[in-house]
Write a protein that binds this ligand. Structure first.
Ligand code: DQA
Length: 142
């Protein structure tokens, strides 16, 4: 089955951006890893990234219409985007699964990261395991 792996703002800067928090590997490295995990798990994985909230909302609508499960790292939108939350809710209300993922553990960081407006409408959340968070999320969908 097909899974969209969607990534929000600044995740295209992995490897350059705060490597102490997010690690030394780049976004292309994440895409390569996710492709490999997809093959291993028998999932057709498509990885995308955007800094644009409206693009993310549109991709979630696409997931609903095409009936794709979703792995979503909403990045900073996690903490305040009700538009993304409403789009994510449509995915799970449609009977599809949406796994919220984070590379870091937001609960071990600044207070503003302790709130996720996505979590309550997600199927589940995996955070704090580096790129492995995505692997665990894909496994959860098998
Ligand atoms: C993040 C955590 C968010 O708080 C942050 O804004 C990000 C990345 C993570 O993967 O750890 O951009 O979603």
């Amino acid at each position: 089955s097909r899974v969209l792996v969607l990534n929000g703002p600044n995740l295209g800067r992995l490897g350059v951006r705060e490597p102490d928090v997010y690690g030394a590997l780049s976004f292309p490295d994440l895409v390569a890893a996710a492709d490999g995990w997809g093959r291993e798990l028998g999932l057709e994985v498509e990885v995308r990234q955007t800094d644009d909230e409206s693009a993310l909302v549109g991709w979630l609508h696409e997931a609903v219409d095409a009936r794709y499960d979703v792995v979503l790292n909403p990045a900073a939108f996690t903490h305040y985007s009700y538009a993304l939350r409403d789009a994510a809710a449509q995915v799970t209300k449609a009977g599809l699964r949406l796994v919220e993922v984070h590379i870091s553990n937001p609960y071990a960081r600044e207070t503003f990261r302790h709130t996720s407006v996505i979590g309550p409408v997600a199927t589940g959340t995996i955070a704090g395991f580096g790129f492995e968070s995505y692997h665990l999320a894909l496994r959860a969908l098998t």
